[in-house]
Design a binder for this molecule. Sequence first.
Ligand code: SAH
Ligand code: SF4
Length: 361
Amino acid sequence: MIGVPERQRRMRVQQIWHWLYVRGAQDFDVMTTLSRDLRSALMQRFTLARPEIAAEQISVDGTRKWLIRLPGEVDGRPHEVECVYIPDANRGTLCISSQVGCTLNCTFCHTGTQRLVRNLTPGEIVGQVVLARDRLADWTVPDPMHAPDKRLISNVVMMGMGEPLYNFEAVRDGLNVVADGDGLSISKRRVTLSTSGVVPNIARAGTEIGVMLAVSLHAVTDELRDQLVPLNRKYPLRELLEACRNYPGLSNARRITFEYVMLKGVNDSLADAKALVRLVKGIPAKINLIPFNPWPGTKYECSDWQQIEKFSEIIFNAGYASPVRTPRGRDILAACGQLKSATEKLSARERLALRAMAMTD
Ligand code: SAH
Ligand code: SF4
């Protein structure tokens, strides 16, 4: 390693790791525990420059959305992903992306309509957490007198753009850095990966990543799920639930979250709720009901609030936690499934239409 004697390497790596992931160094110059020579050698070979934030939006509810520009372009259009910070009373959740766009075409998802797709690198995955800590001034400060009570980003969910289990190695390597106790230190119990159901990689996610698993279920019959989540034609419900049952590390303390988007008149009958309970029987689970977030051009509507409540009650009475995910940041298109980078920009009219939708429901 660039002239560092063998016996010092371990220590130097630890020091650099600390500067990068605990202190958030943006420059090698600030790494005062390293010799001047080593700092300049690093500077000549590497950069700590962050990717450009092409846009930052702040919702009326405090949610922040960043459009991050990454290297590479197609037909003159840059590669971009979105990353969303959602503050809450007792936690702050960062929603990160795993791909530019998505190759799957779930019919209710805005990201799925984006054609341009590429995998993120591990650095680009970790980089979203680093960038968010920069923007929120959420790094460890050396002076304990001025240290904040708690971290703004306490949880990470990989629920942004892309299907993480179709970019397995990069997601694994990136999340292992995010969870590293000597670095960013966001414990694996506070990191959740959401998959639309890439069955062959579910067990690997458990053993090689070990984060909490969320599964986008959305329907209780293959017939309907084939339409909503077309990947179901490849990996049908029976196989998906079998993989969930066998998820390594699954226990009552580490449950799988089943996500269920509430689509009016499509999957929201009370019979569906009962079938859902039967389907997940025996799996330590939470069921997260997501009110559908509309986007311009979609054929779906969100279920009525009363219906969502009745649906939730059936699940709750069967012994499952059934929180309804409060839509956050709808006014800035930051809610679940609304993410779509500016590589295909919304027209001003589409934006207005969306804003109007967000305000009325
Ligand atoms: N590709 C992964 C993770 C990203 S999507 C997956 O599909 O699981 C995160 C969650 O938002 C998924 O459960 C997804 O089905 C849901 N979602 C997508 N579009 C939505 C929309 N318009 N309204 C509400 N939820 C949506
Ligand atoms: Fe891709 Fe997930 Fe959207 Fe489906 S819901 S298109 S898997 S991002």
